[in-house]
Design a protein around this ligand. Structure first.
Ligand code: GLN
Length: 545
């Protein structure tokens, strides 16, 4: 029997609902249950693919090519279960379905309304998960009281009623702000937020209270009394220094025990949390540190590189070191500002992550040049590979006007171009320059064959890999010979040999560019081999200087 857990948030946004959901998933999994996590996002975009990282943080891509909310990344990293297209929906997607049905005449002449048509569509999205796991955890994006989330709240209210208390549970995550003048944590916003939920017919049975300090017993009792919740189900969720500590901390406070209790389950086995304890020990007791520069464009917002930051931490965990990140804003090196040296001096590794558009590109090209010439480990991811190729073409192959069709002027040699056709399995996929931006990229998992004897084949320990993509442009295979004559080995290719997936330098300690996003598949217990190897090379670099 599948049980459904709905997680809502109140008081403020950025409460860590996604992490909390992922942590609860991990705890139930550690008790031997099969879990599935999904996210309902109330915004109107059909998916977050067209949203700026400034607005919404990273776009997380699944194996099946969905562009999803970054919380799905937390779900995958915490449970190891690959997320899919069907684990995230938005108001935009729900309405797209409803309107398509209306046009097809599926509603048989009915007046199409939010209740029941939109709410039914939302309930269908939830109900299709029935039977796929012991626990389905559904996080509702946004904050209780938002206009956009009303249909979702109504849908989960109805769903909860239909399932009954034995099969549906509402958890509400709130904040207890500390007011220095009063010297205490305040419970009133939590009371109001629960009242708001109750007004919508949803009665939370567990409260997860975020606070930056210990919550006194009588405060917890007060919340329980005013919010009509069992005392032991008001759970403190205090700040911790590493996100990987969250499952351990929530378990200590009794979250998973109370969730099971709410469902009337009293014979569950204790969770095995040893792997979490080991991860936290390694994060907290590193044997050294390395400094990695990330040369990118959205560096003032760490959410835009969420998976990347985590993958680097995983690489550190595997090597027992702390990875210190230095974010370098590449746009300041556009134009004549040449001196990237003072930003990159003293770092043990340089990483140019995924990116879009000409702004900031020159700075990234300068970073690739600096890494190549100074023998500093270089990891180019997607755009970071493309910029390393432009750098080599311009400075080593003598193609001084090497450029990408992504850059508007497009007058030079197109080393990076728009592929209009490629194969996926047996099917041919096509994209056109003038298509809508939404969903026209090479997205999701694609296979890649590694060259025998190459550095990447050694790192992966196998020759056939599959990695996730999210990009429009490709390295132009026609320049392969010229680049190979100048030290770039095309060490990973699509199975038909037409698309370069990995390029590495044969005259450098560690210089690898990949067209895909390896960071999306890295987990704390199963760090991605490229990140493990990159951090190892950075440690080595630190020893040499
Ligand atoms: N802008 C580049 C492209 O579309 C790279 C995208 C990325 O780095 N994810 O091909």
């Amino acid at each position: 029997m599948t049980r459904f857990i709905f997680i809502t948030g109140g008081v403020v946004s950025s409460l860590g609902k996604g992490l909390g959901s992922a942590a609860l998933g991990a705890l139930l999994q550690a008790r031997g249950y099969k879990v599935r996590l999904c996210k309902l996002d109330p915004y109107l975009n059909v998916d977050p693919g067209t949203m700026s990282p400034f607005q919404h943080g990273e776009v997380y891509v699944t194996d099946d090519g969905a562009e999803t909310d970054l919380d799905l990344g937390h779900y995958e990293r915490f449970t190891g279960n690959p997320a899919t297209q069907n684990d995230n929906t938005t108001t935009g997607r729900i309405y797209t379905e409803v309107l398509a049905k209306e046009r097809r005449g599926d509603y048989l002449g009915a007046t199409v309304q939010v209740i029941p048509h939109v709410t039914d569509e939302i309930k269908d999205f939830i109900r299709e998960k029935d039977g796929t796991a012991d626990f389905v955890l559904c996080e509702i994006g946004g904050t209780v009281g938002d206009i956009e989330s009303l249909p979702f709240m109504e849908a989960i209210r109805q769903f909860g009623n239909e399932m009954g208390r034995e099969r549906a549970l509402f958890i509400h995550v709130t904040l207890l702000p500390y007011i220095p003048a009063a010297g205490e944590l305040k419970t009133k916003p939590t009371q109001h937020s629960v009242k708001e939920l109750m007004g919508m017919g949803i009665r939370p049975r567990i409260l997860l209270c975020r606070a930056d300090r210990e919550i006194a017993e009588d405060e917890l009792r007060k919340i329980a009394l005013f919010c009509n919740i069992d005392e032991n189900k008001v759970i403190p969720a205090l700040d911790v220094s590493s996100i990987y500590e969250v499952p351990l901390s929530y378990h200590k406070e009794g979250l998973d025990t109370q969730v099971l209790d709410a469902f009337g389950i009293h014979d569950a086995k204790e969770p095995d949390l040893s792997s979490w304890e080991e991860v936290v020990r390694r994060v907290k007791e590193p044997e050294g540190s390395v400094k990695i520069a990330i040369v990118g464009k959205y560096t003032n917002l760490t959410d835009s590189y969420k998976s990347l930051n985590e993958a680097l931490i995983h690489g550190g965990i595997a090597n027992n070191v702390k990875v210190k990140l230095k974010f370098v804003e590449s746009t300041i090196f556009d134009g004549d500002n040449d001196d990237i040296t003072h930003e990159l001096q003293g770092v043990n590794g340089i990483l140019v992550p995924g990116g879009f558009g000409v702004r900031g590109a020159e700075g990234k090209i300068k970073a690739a040049k600096y890494a190549r010439e100074k023998n500093i480990p270089y990891f180019g991811i997607c755009f970071g590979l493309q910029m390393a190729i432009l750098e080599a073409a311009r400075n080593l192959c003598g193609i001084t006007d090497a450029t990408s069709s992504e850059f508007e002027e497009q007058q030079g040699e197109l080393l990076i171009g728009l592929m209009t056709e490629w194969t996926k399995g047996n099917a041919t996929e096509v994209r056109r320059q003038d298509e809508d931006l939404g969903g026209t990229m090479r997205l999701g998992a694609y296979p890649c064959n590694l060259k025998n004897g190459s550095k990447v084949a050694e790192i992966y320990g196998k020759n056939d890999i599959s990695e996730r993509h999210r990009h429009r442009y490709e390295v132009n295979i026609n320049f392969k010979d010229q680049l190979e004559e100048n030290g770039f080995v095309f060490s990973g290719l699509s199975p038909d040999g037409g698309l370069p997936e990995i390029c590495e330098r044969n005259d450098h300690p560690w210089f690898i560019g990949v067209q895909f996003h390896p960071e999306l598949k890295s987990k704390p217990f199963d760090p991605h081999p490229l990140f493990v190897s990159f951090i190892k090379a950075a440690i080595e670099q630190g020893r040499l200087v």
